[in-house]
Ligand binder design. Structure first.
Ligand SMILES: Cc1cc2nc3c(=O)[nH]c(=O)nc-3n(C[C@H](O)[C@H](O)[C@H](O)COP(=O)(O)OP(=O)(O)OC[C@H]3O[C@@H](n4cnc5c(N)ncnc54)[C@H](O)[C@@H]3O)c2cc1C
Length: 439
């Protein structure tokens, strides 16, 4: 039998139950479909495609080594699958069930109808699906006569330019390196440092984008963490790894729920505030530092994501349906199953965060804020998070650095509060070197 394996958010050849299953059924056609309509969604960005494209190139190599390189086609899934199934006598399609958006759920619903009519048996394996470790790297017999097809550029997909100079690289090898360095060295400080803007980059696993695109499986990460825990049963490692595993469990819980719909259209949007959010020019220093950091790296620790979402929809008064896509485009690890419920949670939980107080607590030395908001260099340390309270601010305000768009206090409104915010006690100044993303 000829079997088509449809790769979606599972861009790996190892620990891939559908691949192992297909290898035992007959000749295989491993396929990735680039759906232009999907990449036009408001929450997709160039950084997502860049990570996916690197992962696809690596997957093509890995599958080639097993005997059947990845086939890539561009177009609506219905058309691509219909054509390939007819031309290559495909009787069965295997795929893993993945996170859904309204768009992908509607697409899959149409495809189930098409498969029934076309007499194609489409099996969606639930994740985690049972896998046979003996079939970890199955030899594949390819369906003959297929051109692999080029991996399109972001430009060809009409994605806007998306500069992300410190973006994490895609591909399974990169994911394995991260997992190894986290479990061998970086993870020891996970519990204490993973919420700090300065420490998190190194102490967090940084595996989220690999989980989102499936270059590593959740199961292999959990298994490696368990093995590590057995080697280091006490001390900082034990508590770090149990916190890490509880985050993976949190992810599982969200993945099992039906995500709220991805944002479609906000009723009314304050375009200036939305643009300020996008550029990291809200005039609230710590918020701007976080926004610029995530623009340049594609990543932010969870706590700071929550703060950004809370302030965007709280003090800035932006509709979550408008702010959501702006933030989703920033996160290389954007995953609808996690993003939308966590955004909702951040928006709905209690009073919005006060970004001034948050900055004072999370970045007391000011090193993070100074690194990402260099315009504030002349501002003395005690005023870094409240520059409007500094007597020399009029020399920067509105020229080198914007005036605060809103009060940093609990609710949205015209800017009136910032000047009233208390001055900070004098604090020791920390290192101002740019953060190093070389993990
Ligand atoms: C508003 C908001 C939006 C978010 N959007 C996404 C998203 O689109 N994609 C995404 O992967 N994560 C998202 N998160 C969760 C979290 O911020 C990231 O998973 C985490 O920062 C990724 O870094 P890491 O891999 O180093 O995580 P680690 O701290 O090393 O955690 C390991 C893994 O556990 C999971 N995880 C960690 N924190 C959480 C959490 N709070 N809830 C559920 N799972 C978690 C992730 O898969 C992560 O890779 C969001 C959080 C918030 C508050």
């Amino acid at each position: 039998m000829n079997v088509l394996i449809w790769f979606r958010r599972d861009l790996r050849a190892a620990d891939h139950p559908a691949l192992s299953l297909a290898a035992g059924m007959g000749r295989v056609l491993p396929l990735y479909i680039v759906e232009p309509e999907f990449w036009r969604q408001a929450y997709q960005a160039g950084r997502h495609w860049a990570f996916a494209a690197e992962s696809l190139a690596a997957l093509r190599e890995d599958l080639g080594a097993l005997g059947a390189p990845l086939i890539l086609r561009v177009g609506p899934a219905e058309e691509v699958l219909d054509r390939l199934c007819r031309q290559h006598h495909i009787a069965r399609i295997l795929s893993h069930a993945g996170p859904e958006t309204q768009w992908s759920a509607a697409r899959d619903h149409r495809l189930r109808g098409w498969a029934r009519e076309a007499g194609v048996d489409w099996r969606e394996l639930p994740l985690p699906a049972p896998s046979d470790p003996a079939a970890e790297h199955p030899a594949l017999s390819p369906v003959p006569g297929l051109e692999p097809g080029p991996i399109p550029t972001a430009k060809a997909l009409k994605l806007a330019e998306d500069r992300c100079p410190h973006r994490q690289a895609g591909g399974r090898a990169q994911g394995l390196l991260l997992m190894d360095s986290f479990l061998a060295r970086r993870g020891e400080g996970y519990r204490s440092a993973s919420t700090s803007p300065l420490g998190a980059e190194r102490a967090s696993s940084r595996l989220s984008a690999h989980l989102a695109f499936g270059t590593l499986s959740r199961r292999e990460i959990a298994a490696a963490a368990t093995a590590r825990q057995a080697e280091r049963p006490g001390g900082a490692w034990a508590s770090a790894l149990s916190a890490f595993r509880s985050h993976l469990a949190l992810r599982d819980t969200l993945m099992q729920q039906t995500p709220p719909p991805a944002a479609e259209q906000a009723a009314q949007v304050d375009a200036a505030r939305l643009a300020a959010l996008e550029r990291g020019e809200t005039g609230l220093p710590f918020l701007d530092a976080c926004l610029r950091y995530v623009a340049a790296t594609g990543w932010l620790p969870s706590r700071l994501r929550g703060m950004v979402a809370s302030v965007a929809t709280g003090q800035l008064g932006l509709d979550w349906r408008a702010a959501g896509p702006v933030l989703a485009r920033r996160f290389t690890d954007y995953d609808p199953s996690l993003f939308w419920p966590l955004l909702r949670q951040a928006v709905q939980t209690g009073a919005p965060c006060n970004p001034v107080r948050f900055g004072q607590m999370q970045d007391p030395s000011g090193a993070f804020t100074r690194a990402w908001v260099p315009e504030l260099a002349p501002v003395p340390d005690p005023f870094l998070h409240t520059p409007w309270a500094w007597s020399g601010f009029h020399r920067l305000a509105g020229r080198r650095y914007p005036e605060a768009l809103v009060s940093p206090g609990p609710r949205s409104g015209p800017r009136s509060g910032p000047r009233a915010a208390p001055a900070l006690p004098r604090q020791r100044r920390g290192p101002t070197a740019q953060l190093c993303l070389d993990l």
